[in-house]
Design a protein around this ligand. Sequence first.
Ligand code: BGC
Length: 485
Amino acid sequence: MVHLGPKKPQARKGSMADVPKELMDEIHQLEDMFTVDSETLRKVVKHFIDELNKGLTKKGGNIPMIPGWVMEFPTGKESGNYLAIDLGGTNLRVVLVKLSGNHTFDTTQSKYKLPHDMRTTKHQEELWSFIADSLKDFMVEQELLNTKDTLPLGFTFSYPASQNKINEGILQRWTKGFDIPNVEGHDVVPLLQNEISKRELPIEIVALINDTVGTLVASYYTDPETKMGVIFGTGVNGAFYDVVSDIEKLEGKLADDIPSNSPMAINCEYGSFDNEHLVLPRTKYDVAVDEQSPRPGQQAFEKMTSGYYLGELLRLVLLELNEKGLMLKDQDLTKLKQPYIMDTSYPARIEDDPFENLEDTDDIFQKDFGVKTTLPERKLIRRLCELIGTRAARLAVCGIAAICQKRGYKTGHIAADGSVYNKYPGFKEAAAKGLRDIYGWTGDASNDPITIVPAEDGSGAGAAVIAALSEKRIAEGKSLGIIGA
Ligand code: BGC
């Protein structure tokens, strides 16, 4: 491909002058469907607060609100060497974290590619064996095998997992396309610890951590203004510190050494917000994504906001427009008809296409899907990507506003991480604008009282700090969870 001249960023919305009326009409309809106004956002936030509260009651609700058993704020003085692992969608990350004890840390890490199809293997042992083997490789590389001391490990496991104590995680259900039988309903800590022990590795899993809780704690370690840890990535979720006395479902379950004013990190698992479909402005495409997903009826909020689904939404709209005879006429759409063929990098790259004639988009469709596009079609596609990304950002921040309003936070930093936050063009701006619209803040955005900031490394440093806090509790003989756990 020959580029004439340097890439110049162009206005996000290029000229639509050459788009024929029938496509323009579709664009307007899509704009109507995918635009969420401030009033709707506020309605969503209001219902969100009710649902968050419901999740903390004994009866419970759609949002799990899982106590994460981190009952201290980090002081920044935690120190020592810790191992951390993070099981993501494509990679396993293994990190050696050196907490320095002065609000700083060093990390050394390796990534191990998950074997193809591991997300849906029929044999769960393969997953734990793979993690234990990778840990062994890492220990060899880093010359850690000869140490006499057992290395404490923080396991970042970013799926809804119930915890009766910090070193436990009973998987409620897989999300983000994972679907491995015989793990749901089981505690994943012994499953992994057994494989570690079989290999005689000097490692003990001392904490199981959700990525949002890790993000919250890692960011708090360096910035005590942190109010939440949030992930805008393959999945969507947030964590914050609640107070034990406000968590009704823990009433009568706590040992005496956990005072009622103790902080408690909560992994909200708010990807499941509005599974009842009461307030989220779902389009027919959202309904289709849900119906065709491995877990229909679950993760309603996540399905409209997270990276796992944004490309799929784009794909479904394009296929429908094709069926209506409006675009991609007389083309072989075999590839485009494969579910989930478009991961989020597609809408992200299309939005990022800097050329007036959208030639990067042209390339993507030709090379990856064998489809030729006309310029007006590409303009529709680009506009659609903007709409899908902007809607995701605006809805995603409803979780933030709901927690802040529930806890009465008027100011603070929301530590954010995840591929969509870090890589999706315009997401950060749209998220900040969403919060401004919800709160009605006017004036200079740099004065916004609540701001979303890039997080510290949650699944590395965060997992290590939590492991350190957990070890300290063990050393002091303090309880790690509910009575008898
Ligand atoms: C999971 C959460 C996780 C989030 C972000 C969701 O699908 O259920 O546990 O925090 O993704 O990774």
